[in-house]
Design a protein around this ligand. Structure first.
Ligand code: HEM
Length: 726
């Protein structure tokens, strides 16, 4: 009996009794590879060949906008529009769609249209936004695959702003829809929230500030519900900072946003509001938060629990939010739902805001504690005063901050689609000057590869540099990558993991090659040469192992300049762990090495076999950042072959923990001699049963060529992750 019970399995995860249990239920510490298997093309109803850009470009964008504009004022009985205009409601939807973006790992944001799926669909912060999307369904239905939900949710916010008299900065389409929840992105985030949120209000009770939402914004009622505007300012600075917004952008966004619309807290949520969409009954057909009080909508709506509008003209672009905030004194009160909010001390103002639904009724303007933060904090206040005095400056600041908010996760401008893409190039777009040179011919590529190898740079040096350059890419916001050769610029040229001394030497030699090539009529970018150097080194290393192979290469990368490079923003791309170079920064990594390996592979869009081939190849090529021999299971480093796998799986070696924490030693079973050393990200390919299954394939007797081909394919994929131009 005892024997049949899995050792150490406590069933710590949670699964319902009748459900199949994943291995992580029994063994919570087992490495979970599922992040590398989601968003499978088989989930995409448009099929593998679907080209969203092509479909979007066929749209008549002006007509789409016209159609959305008519939805705004076509009030539906099942969810009547406040003030006869859904504009403010749609702006909140756009903001919440984009506002999950965070700079830390580039995840979140409006791309993918994730708000359609749980958990975002059911986050308390997104209360009633299910209705906003349902109101837009006729538009989605009309334009079908030509207009993704992700684009529509952002575009609707722009159309709403324009409808209410605001001149936007522009709009770019190009957000592809996902077809399943981003488990990768939201699962790990829980842990990150926990460590990040120490200073922020982590224990928010009200719907708008539920525990998950620290990253979107703060509790409107104040830190942990305490009505402390100065404390709220601190949290706002933290939360908006994590969204890549500075003080000016933050003031512009909050003031500009709350110029429109109202809050909803007509009744106590506990008395009236049903389950969120994810938990609602099947008959609700995907809608949630059913409100059984009064009409259940209109003047009875309960969303955040706060109640009222900020301005006297909630469907018009004005400076009223700022003048109200700065010119009135505010006193604390409570909404009908019991939430803390603020109204003017001057009672003559208490009947100055028209009611959203009841004719002839007037209400006081309101502010949340978070709004008052813009007055309590001296830096915010100075900006608010400047904006009030300079309406055009205010308008432009909000327009630009809104554009940044809603486009921040789309990657470079090459991904922007449509006629409304602003001409102005913005630093947060990580601009790269276009490479206008003629594509390199096959002969030129050959010549350059030879010139690079003739410099005497080693395989390890060339491979590490190319990898360092390309592997900053992160799928979360499509930043980073080899294009732009920013590895030659601050801050990347001084990151530890990039081995600055070696990097300088390599770049110096590559620049020599570039100079001599460019002295003729032709021109090659440094970015291309870095990638080409990797290709040349790999070809040579494969040949040494008896495999003749050409590493595919497409020229056309440009070189960025330092002034195009926001150093602070690029420092966010610094890896805290890069298993491919056997790098692990224990202090700053938020998860153990093997999990960081999966995280990095996920950001590089790698599959499990690709990840495996790359590790095996990088080790034998000498890819370790510090030149160490951890995981270099070969007698001939610098030769591309499958020895990493063959030797890892060889029973002649026995592995033990080394005295140094985090390291392992492999002993020859016969002689007792230490043959190899390794890190967890080396040995995981022998210990994890799924990774071992792939490692076995590459260790087969006749698998060397298969391995080399797979390695090269995965390598080229990484080198081209940012080639949106191809
Ligand atoms: C509504 C809080 C930032 C745009 C609301 C509501 C709350 C809130 C509590 C009421 C929701 C409801 O009950 O219906 C906050 C806080 C923020 C913030 C605490 C940050 C400190 C922003 C930003 C924007 C924005 C940056 C846009 C740029 C809106 C709009 C509405 C709204 C347009 C009105 C929605 C409607 O009329 O249905 N916000 N918000 N908010 N928010 Fe914010």
């Amino acid at each position: 009996q005892e024997m049949s019970k899995p050792q150490g399995a406590m069933g710590k995860g949670s699964v319902q009794a009748g459900q199949a249990k994943p291995n992580t239920f029994w063994w919570p510490d087992q490495l979970d590879l599922s992040p590398l298997r989601d968003h499978d093309n088989r989930s995409n109803p448009f099929g593998e060949d679907f080209d969203y850009a092509k479909e979007f470009n066929k749209l008549d964008l002006a007509q789409v906008k016209k159609d959305i504009d008519s939805v705004l004022t076509d009030s539906q009985d099942w969810w009547p529009a406040d003030f006869g205009n859904y504009g403010p409601f749609f702006i909140r939807m756009s903001w919440h769609s984009a506002g999950t973006y965070r700079t830390l790992d580039g995840r979140g944001g409006g791309d993918g249209g994730q708000m359609r799926f749980d958990p975002l669909n059911s986050w308390p912060d997104n209360g009633n936004l299910d209705k906003a999307r349902r109101l837009l369904w006729p538009i989605k239905q009309k334009y079908g695959k030509g207009l993704s939900w992700a684009d529509l949710m952002i575009l609707a916010g722009n159309v709403a702003l324009e409808n209410m008299g605001f001149q936007t900065f522009g709009f770019a389409g190009g957000r592809n829809d996902d077809w399943e929840p981003d488990l990768v992105y939201w699962g790990p985030e829980v842990a990150m929230l926990a460590s990040d949120r120490e200073d922020a209000d982590g224990k928010l009770q009200r719907p708008l500030g539920a525990t998950h939402m620290g990253l979107i914004y703060v509790n409107p009622e104040g830190p942990r519900g305490v009505p402390d505007p100065a404390g709220s300012a601190k949290n706002i600075r933290l939360a908006f900072g994590r969204m890549a917004m500075n003080d000016e952008e933050t003031v512009a966004l909050i003031a500009g946003g709350h110029t429109f619309g109202k809050m909803h807290g007509a009744h106590k949520p506990g008395d009236c509001v049903g389950a969120e969409p994810g938990a609602a009954g099947i008959e609700e057909q995907g809608l949630g938060w059913k409100n059984k009080c009064g009409k259940g909508h209109s003047e009875d709506t309960v969303t955040s629990g706060l109640e009222g509008a900020w301005t006297q003209a909630p469907t018009k672009w004005t400076s009223l939010y700022l003048s109200n905030l700065l010119n009135f004194e505010w006193k604390q009160t409570r909404s009908p739902a019991g939430a803390i909010q603020w109204i003017p001390t001057d009672e003559s103002l208490h009947k100055s805001v028209p009611d959203a639904h009841v004719d002839g009724k007037f209400n006081p303007p309101v502010m949340t504690t978070a709004d008052l933060a813009l007055k309590a904090d001296p830096a915010y206040k100075a900006i608010a005063e400047r904006f009030l005095a300079n309406p055009e400056e205010y308008r432009l600041a909000f327009a630009k901050a809104w554009f940044k908010l809603t486009h921040r996760d789309m990657g470079p401008r090459a991904n922007y689609l449509g006629k409304e893409v602003p001409e102005e190039v913005l630093i947060w777009q990580d601009p790269i000057p276009e490479n206008t040179a003629k594509p390199l011919s096959g002969g030129e590529v050959k010549k350059l590869k030879k010139a690079i190898l003739d410099t005497g740079l080693t395989t390890a040096e060339l491979v590490q540099t190319a990898w360092a350059s390309a592997s900053t890419f992160r799928a979360g916001d499509m930043r980073g990558g080899a294009n732009g050769a920013r590895i030659a610029l601050a801050p990347q040229n001084s990151w530890d993991v990039n081995n600055p001394d070696q990097l300088n030497k390599v770049l110096g030699k590559l620049k020599d090659v570039q100079r001599s090539f460019n002295s003729g009529k032709k021109s090659v970018s440094l970015a291309d040469l870095i990638v080409l150097g990797g290709a040349a080194a790999i070809e040579q290393a494969a040949k040494k192992g008896g495999v003749d192979i050409t590493v595919p290469f497409v020229s056309g990368r440009g070189d960025a300049k330092q002034e195009h490079t926001d150093v602070v923003s690029f420092d966010l791309l610094k890896p805290t762990a890069d298993a491919f170079r056997n790098y692990y920064d224990e202090t700053n990594s938020y998860r153990p090495p093997t999990e960081m390996l999966v995280d990095k592979a996920d950001q590089l869009n790698l599959t499990v076999p690709e990840l495996t081939a790359l590790i095996g190849g990088m080790r034998v090529l000498g890819g370790n950042w510090d030149g160490s021999s951890h995981g270099v299971f070969t007698d001939n480093p610098g030769t591309l072959n499958n020895h990493f796998f063959v030797n890892l799986l060889d029973m002649a070696t026995q592995w033990r923990k080394a005295d140094t924490a985090g390291l392992y030693e492999g002993f020859d079973r016969k002689t007792g001699e230490v043959k190899y050393t390794a890190t967890p990200v080396d040995l995981i390919f022998g210990s994890n049963s799924e990774l071992r299954a792939i490692a076995e394939v590459y260790a087969f007797d006749n698998a060397n060529e298969h391995f080399v081909n797979d390695f090269v394919d995965a390598w080229v994929k990484v080198m081209q992750l940012d080639r949106f131009d191809l």
